[in-house]
Design a protein around this ligand. Structure first.
Ligand code: TXA
Ligand code: MG
Length: 313
């Protein structure tokens, strides 16, 4: 039975499981989250895999306090003011990362900004404190189905593929957090949610709406390699490096990094952004990516590679 009564022992076990790269569903005041260590690319890849998301949408990073948030993101006056008024609570703020942030690029969907919040739920806070790491946590449902507000909903969604679901009963708010983008002035509303727009506007002034049109993956701050990217490649062109996948990569490239020699798509997703960065060097003429299967995380990896190829193709 994956639904667990959250005793002290269970909390400690959940924290150990998370530190080892495992996933744990936990209650927040909004909806249940599917949590994984945001500093582990493997754990973040496992979240996308389990949710069955066809794209690497950026994930909300959950932390235990304003102090922890300050270490991960650059908070301006507006952010500090809102944090004091609304945290813990159903407000997610998108902010620039601190230099050398330990958050994995995969958790950010390859963007250079971080969505962060302090959840207002004793169990969520206890878990975050026990783990001592930021947790990436999208709503704990399979992609395309409704967000879970009870532990049983999470269990029904994932069944045996999720070992630990901490039972905190019914979520108090029942809709997701409000997401605002504070990398812009004025701030933009990306998703309405648990904290009202009026509350936010009373603190930092009017928000622009329609911010959602600047959807994840299309922003300027979204990471795309500077080198041209070719996808579905089998044969090299002069000066190209290869982003390989599987046991038999073609030869003749200047250099090669293999996303997963064994053909494991979760491993490939965990390596994707780090390898794109590593191959994006001026001495190379371009990056050639091998075809990946259009299933599981292969869908999201191919989606991201297609965007990178279109960016300068
Ligand atoms: O209430 C909630 O927010 C719940 C609980 C578990 O905390 N979480 C949740 O996460 O709803 P998710 O992944 O289902 O929704 C994340 C939303 C998406 O609309 C996403 O586009 C936006 O937040 N988002 C996350 N990170 C972002 C980023 N770096 N930049 C822009 N938008 C971001
Ligand atoms: Mg969701």
């Amino acid at each position: 039975m994956a639904v667990l009564n959250p005793t002290r022992d269970v909390l400690e076990e959940a924290a150990r499981h998370l530190r080892a790269g495992g996933l744990v569903a936990f209650p927040t005041e909004t909806v249940y989250g599917l949590g994984g260590d945001a500093t582990s690319a493997r754990a973040v890849a496992a979240i996308f895999d389990l949710k069955g998301r066809p794209k690497f949408n950026p994930l909300i990073i959950h932390v235990a306090s304003i102090e922890v948030a300050e270490r991960l993101v650059q908070m301006d006056e507006r952010a500090r003011y809102l944090a004091k008024r609304c945290w813990p609570g159903a407000l997610t703020m998108v902010l620039p990362p601190q230099p050398n942030s330990p958050i994995q690029p995969l958790a950010l969907g390859g963007q250079r900004m971080v969505a962060v919040r302090v959840p207002d739920h004793p169990l969520a806070l206890a878990l975050l404190n026990e783990v001592g790491r930021p947790l990436a946590a999208p709503s704990a449902n399979r992609s395309g189905s409704v967000s879970p507000t009870r532990a049983e909903h999470v269990d029904a969604s994932f069944g045996r593929s999720l070992a630990m679901i901490l039972d905190g009963g019914q979520c108090r708010i029942g809709v997701e957090s409000t997401v605002i983008d504070l990398t812009r002035e004025p701030a933009a509303l990306l998703r309405p949610g648990g904290v009202s727009i009026e509350t936010i506007a009373a603190s930092i002034g009017e928000l622009t709406t329609g911010g959602g049109t600047r959807s994840p993956g299309t922003q300027d701050s979204h990471y795309a390699p500077r080198r041209p990217v070719r996808i579905g490649v089998e044969d090299p062109q002069p000066g190209e490096v290869l982003l390989a996948f599987g046991p038999n990569p073609p030869e003749g490239f200047c250099a090669m990094l293999n996303l997963s020699e064994s053909g494991d798509l979760v491993e490939a997703a965990a390596n994707l952004f780090a390898y794109l960065h590593a191959l994006d060097r001026p001495e190379y003429a371009g990056i050639a990516a091998m075809p990946l299967p259009e299933r599981g995380l292969g869908l999201a990896i191919n989606d991201r590679l297609r965007r990178a190829a279109a960016h300068r193709g």
